[in-house]
Design a protein around this ligand. Structure first.
Ligand code: DGY
Length: 322
């Protein structure tokens, strides 16, 4: 039987690439340079499966040429870079990699929360630049995390992992805003309370962490009007998708001090970061590291392999999203 022809769009952990090579007729992008829309459009005509990731834009137009591709097995949980409706209309299945990255992504959200509250980025810059003059009672005073109130927007697997860390590790009070009602027993695990709207959540929180999907539905969910509803001194954490936050409005809130600060792992036009954010001291900026541990990146790859093996074996892939 001929092996399905598969394209991996970026370098993956070697252990996964090796296993994939045994199972499929595999093409690797050895240069690791992001593919253009034209590259992806051509690939759709040549491969049975494409394994894209967040750096691959797949809008409706790339599906125009009648494609050979039958499945887009995305490496990552977020898939707002793929027009899933257009893919579905062409009969192309789409899968993602949930679960395996929830803990590490919540770890990065907690890292950002702690760093911005305790001014860790500012402190490190001061020290490395030789500006530290020594301990003093009034030096670089931050905000206490333990016992503070955390609002979590989007209570899927990553939101729950964040609640676990914040409540069980730091004794934080948890408020939740989610599209659908969260089962009472799940809220009870973290003594969490669900509030009906983002508007009701924001004024009650010392920290707000975003864990909802990206895409059109949540574009600029956090805008200037909602930033104004946050407590003065409160902090915004985003490890979800860049488009969920209006970056210009956030920069204004940071520069005018209407909120205390922000911790961001994702950006609207990655890898481009607005100057107004780069210049602000009260924001911690990380280069999309949420899932970046060896264990998780390998697990993501093996999850893609499982989805593909099921698909080409005639079984329903467990992570089908379209
Ligand atoms: C994810 O899994 O969605 C990460 O952000 C990488 O795409």
């Amino acid at each position: 039987m001929t092996k399905p022809k598969v394209l991996v769009t970026r370098r993956w952990p070697r252990a996964v690439e090796r296993r994939m090579e045994e199972v499929f007729d595999l093409d690797l992008n050895t240069s690791d340079a992001p593919l253009t829309e034209a590259d992806l459009c051509a690939a759709l005509g040549r491969y049975d499966a494409i394994l894209p990731t967040v750096t691959d834009r797949l809008p409706a137009a790339v599906f125009d040429a009648a494609p050979r591709t039958r499945i887009l097995a995305n490496y990552g949980v977020g898939f707002s870079h793929i027009d899933t409706e257009a893919a579905k209309a062409r009969g192309i299945a789409v899968t993602n990699t949930p679960d395996v990255l929830s803990e590490c992504t919540a770890d990065i959200a907690m890292t950002l929360l702690l760093m911005v509250a305790r001014r860790a980025g500012e402190g490190e810059r001061e020290l490395r630049e030789g500006r530290w003059t020594g301990w003093r009672p009034t030096h670089m005073i931050g905000t206490k995390v333990s016992g503070a109130t955390l609002g979590i927007i989007g209570f899927g697997r990553i939101g729950q992992a964040m609640a676990q860390r914040a409540h069980l590790g730091f004794g934080m009070k948890i408020l939740v805003q989610n599209r659908s009602p969260v089962p009472a027993e799940m809220l009870a695990r973290y003594s969490a309370v669900q509030v009906p709207t983002v508007e009701e959540l924001l004024p009650q929180c010392d920290f707000v962490s975003l864990h909802c999907p990206g895409g059109k539905a949540n574009r600029h969910l956090i805008n200037s009007r909602r930033l104004d509803l946050m407590r003065p001194g409160a902090f915004l954490i985003n490890t979800a998708r860049g488009e969920v936050v209006d970056e210009h409005a956030l920069a204004q809130a940071l520069w005018f001090g209407t909120i205390g600060g922000a911790g961001l792992d994702v950006f609207e036009r990655e890898p481009r970061i607005p100057e107004e954010l780069l210049g602000a001291d009260n924001v911690v900026l990380l280069p999309h590291l949420g899932s970046a541990t060896r264990e998780t990146r390998e697990a993501m790859g093996f999850r893609v392999l499982e989805n593909l093996t099921d698909f080409f074996g005639g079984r329903a892939p467990r992570d089908r999203v379209a």
